[in-house]
Structures are given as C-alpha cells and as structure tokens.
Design a binder for this molecule. Structure first.
Ligand SMILES: [Zn+2]
Ligand SMILES: [Zn+2]
Length: 154
C-alpha cells in the first residue's frame, strides 16, 4: 500500500520522526495520526476517544495517552493545559499555526491568529539574539458565556 498524496506535510514528518525514533507503524499510532491531522483545534483525550468510536476506529484510552505522549516528546503534538487537570492536544504544524484563549471556568478553547503578535514575537527574539524555533501563546481567563453567567448569577 502506498502513501496517498493527500497526506499532509505534518503527517509525513510525523511518520518520519516516529520511524527514526524506532516506533513501528500501524495500529493506534496510525489511527491517532489520522485523527490529529483532521482536527481543527486542540481536543481532549475523551473527545478523541468519542470521535474514534463514532467513526469505527475505536482505540483504548490508555493507547491514546501513550501515543500522544510519544508524539509530544517528538515535538509533533502540543499539549494545552485548560485547568482542572484537563489537557487538550493538537498537532504542531506550520500550516496550522494559531494560538489559544482558554476559559478557566468551562475549559472552552478558542483559537486565534494575529499578525501583529507574530511580528512582536520575532522582534523580541531577534533582539534577544535568540533563534526561536517555535512558540505558543495561551491567554487564560473567562469566555463570553461564562462571563455572562457570572454577571446574571446563573
Ligand atoms: Zn488550536
Ligand atoms: Zn467558559
């Protein structure tokens, strides 16, 4: 079976790094790579488990954690802490670059991009004589729905 042309650059890089690190292809690893590649933003392990079950690709929770851990160590996946011990995961890819607003009350995550922010980060890293190979920005607070609920005492 050949790799389809549709596979993303992230997907190809992930397979390369996994194989360089001595991991075998197939099974839960392949399923998780597919899923992460489809995701538009960070999701929790429970959400991923549900997605996989709903699309007939069920993978046990322990395997999901194990594979995410491998991918995180290989810098292929980013983990975002959203409070209450819950984490969300998404792929790290140049074509998927964005940052996150995280609601500390309900755990909602809203992706955002901002050209001015990117420029400021480059200016800052240049000024510090740093070669920055990656960055992620997480803004913590309360989302609109939670602020509204707090305001009305709901
Ligand atoms: Zn995201
Ligand atoms: Zn909220």
């Amino acid at each position: 079976m050949s790799t389809t042309d549709r596979s993303s650059s992230w997907r190809r890089r992930a397979e390369e790094r996994l194989s360089d690190a001595g991991y075998r292809r197939g099974g839960a690893r392949t399923v998780l790579l597919d899923l992460l590649d489809e995701q538009r933003c960070a999701r929790t392990v429970l959400e991923m488990e549900d997605d996989l079950r709903a699309s007939d690709r069920a993978v046990g929770r322990a395997s999901i954690y194990r594979v995410l851990d491998e991918l995180e160590q290989l810098h292929l996946v980013q983990r975002i802490e959203v409070g209450q011990g819950i984490a969300r995961y998404e792929r790290i890819a140049p074509d998927h670059h964005h940052h996150h607003l995280v609601c500390q009350r309900c755990g909602a995550v809203v992706p955002f991009t901002d050209e001015g922010l990117e420029q400021a980060i480059h200016r800052l890293s240049d000024g510090a004589g740093f070669e920055v190979t990656g960055h992620d920005v997480v803004l913590h607070g309360a989302c609109a729905a939670c602020r509204e609920a707090a305001a009305t005492g709901a």
